[in-house]
Design a protein around this ligand. Structure first.
Ligand SMILES: [Zn+2]
Length: 575
């Protein structure tokens, strides 16, 4: 491994290269810096680092055209200095500004992952081919087939796999098995539990897919389109790829790997919570830390680690009066209309700046700390890309950091709809007899869910009282899931951060997400261990939507990252 540094105007850029053919130099060229360089040096990374003999005429340093001269000179210097080195695979490059310390030299592993690229894509192709849609009962055999595929791949790699059958979803419809896997059982090693899901969202070509959703297709930009490519088959197979690349290169996995792969994630993870509760002190009892790869980068260029998710408490308010729907020409003006009561209630919940109007709700929100504020400052996020994602500029604030905080660390209340209300086009003169308003609150630390429901109920009852209505109003909780936040300074996160820095050449953003992955909290509560969300894909992957994709680069670098993470997490100092 070599480090190529190029100094210019007081700044320095460097590329790390694992081979002699010096593709690292293209970092210099690619960033259009070569023509302004004032010095160039090549350092062999082997211990101790050695400066390789290199002579470049200053004239060359200022001419943009002489990239080839650089390349030839430096390649010659490296070849001479490392004639004894046998690492000749011309390969990928890793850019970095400050290379992270390697716990062990993973160059060979990274090269192996690159060498296996086609095989790994083929593995993903086989997985995408199986339409394991958990929401469609008629596809249930395919969901099971996908579990069997994973099981057999894992067993071929030498892992041991058991199935847990959570029972029936409905009479005659079995839930697919949850796969419990183990690779390695060395008490001297740490044990990492990884979670993923092998089921996918429904997909139909007619919905607007450019290609057959169950036939992985790779375009010229390296985008691999297919249902489940990014959510979550790519990341799940990433763990298998890690094992395979280690075996092929003769490198021992530095940890014991426990796996939990479920087939009902897209349909409410039925059965999973019971399994985790049951096995946290059983099959998963050795777990030292948990890693979940089932989310995405905040943008497209910078990797992230996710340490928080909001919870969701979903409510409905039912207002009923007349025995049946009425005609407004006949009854209008003579009856108390349920719809009027309901809309009156709903408008008292939140204002159009996003502020919740329920008494006492903000008293439970954790205050913003200085350390937290600083974390937001370095996050790669701009309002422009947010507007693009939004399709408008109708945001509550123009401030990027405040926008992130509003999405991640403050509560929000959304009005979702009204069941029973007339919503078709046209001018129907109905007075609905019974309407049900739906709204939810995204909860954050330190909101207590029973307390939230208590405040919501008290608020609605207070409004109903002031309305003096003779309709019947009922407010109720439909479901709630708690927020989750982990310590981003925990050794599990530090290891992932170092691994990311090594593979992607940049320190990852520490992000939270506005949505919920309820099982994250279950893993934390039941194992009592730190849970890390380590995403593979980017914000443009369109999971759940048409043309879901995973970039080849993210799949391959992501596989390197998962492997690298295991090495760092095996050595990171536990506090
Ligand atoms: Zn997913």
């Amino acid at each position: 491994m070599f480090k190529l540094s190029c100094r210019f105007a007081g700044r320095s850029l460097s590329g790390i290269n694992s081979s002699r053919n010096l593709q690292g130099l293209s970092v210099v060229r690619g960033s259009n810096i070569a023509n302004r360089a004032t010095s160039i040096s090549v350092v062999a990374f082997n211990t101790p680092p050695t400066l390789l003999p290199l002579s470049l005429s200053p004239r060359h340093l200022h001419q943009r055209c002489c990239y080839h001269t650089y390349a030839n000179t430096i390649t010659r210097a490296i070849t001479t200095a490392t004639a004894a080195t046998d690492n000749t695979t011309p390969n990928r490059r890793y850019y970095t500004t400050k290379p992270a310390k390697m716990p062990v030299d993973l160059t060979a592993y990274y090269n192996q992952v690159d060498a296996l690229e086609d095989a790994f894509i083929d593995r993903l192709r086989k997985a995408v081919k199986i339409p394991s849609v958990s929401a469609e009962p008629e596809r249930r055999p395919d969901v099971v087939k996908m579990a069997d595929f994973l099981k057999s791949e894992l067993e071929t790699l030498g892992a041991s796999v058991e199935y847990y059958y959570p029972g029936e979803q409905s009479p005659g419809l079995d839930l697919p098995p949850i796969l419990l896997g183990r690779y390695g059982n060395d008490p001297a090693k740490r044990t990492i539990l990884v979670y993923g899901h092998y089921d996918v969202q429904p997909a139909f070509k007619e919905d607007g897919w450019g290609t057959d959703p169950f036939d992985l297709s790779v375009d010229e930009k390296g985008r691999m389109f297919g249902r489940g490519s990014t959510d979550d088959k790519g990341p799940v197979l990433g763990w298998l790829n890690v094992i395979e690349a280690h075996q092929k290169v003769g490198l021992e996995l530095p940890v014991n790997l426990l796996m939990c792969f479920e087939g009902m994630e897209e349909s409410g993870s039925e059965g999973l919570e019971e399994l985790i509760k049951k096995e946290a002190k059983g099959f998963y009892k050795d777990t030292d830390a948990v890693c979940i790869s089932d989310n995405y980068w905040l943008g497209t260029t910078k990797p992230c680690l996710t340490y928080g998710l909001r919870g969701c408490s979903y409510y409905q308010v039912t207002v009923s009066g007349p025995g049946q729907d009425l005609h407004s020409g006949v009854y209008g003006g003579a009856v108390t209309e349920p719809m009027v009561d309901l809309t009156n209630i709903m408008t008292t919940l939140v204002d159009n700046t996003g502020k919740l109007l329920i008494d006492g709700i903000y008293d439970q929100v954790a205050p913003l700390t200085e350390a937290e504020k600083i974390r937001y400052q370095s996050i790669d996020f701009s309002m422009e890309t947010f507007y693009e994602a939004l399709g408008s500029e109708t945001t509550c604030t123009d401030d990027a950091q405040e926008t992130l905080m509003r999405r991640w660390r403050f509560p929000s209340l959304s009005l979702h709809g009204i069941e029973g209300a007339y919503s078709a086009p046209g001018a129907k003169t109905v007075i609905p007899a019974k309407v049900i308003g739906k709204f939810s609150i995204r909860t954050v630390p330190n909101m207590e869910l029973p307390k939230v429901t208590e405040l919501v109920t008290a608020h609605v009852n207070k409004v109903v009282k002031s309305l003096k209505t003779n309709n019947t109003v009922e407010v109720g909780l439909i479901h709630d899931g708690k927020w989750w936040v982990a310590d981003p300074d925990h050794w599990n996160f530090r290891a992932a951060s170092r691994a990311t820095e090594q593979v992607w050449g940049v320190k990852p953003d520490l992000t939270r997400e506005g949505g919920s992955i309820p099982i994250t909290l279950t893993f934390e509560e039941e194992t009592g261990k730190n849970v890390l969300l380590l995403p593979m894909g980017t914000s443009t992957d369109q999971p759940h939507s048409i043309n879901e994709k995973l970039d080849k680069k993210n799949y391959i670098q992501g596989t390197k990252l998962l492997g690298s993470y295991l090495h760092f997490v095996a050595e990171e100092k536990m506090e």
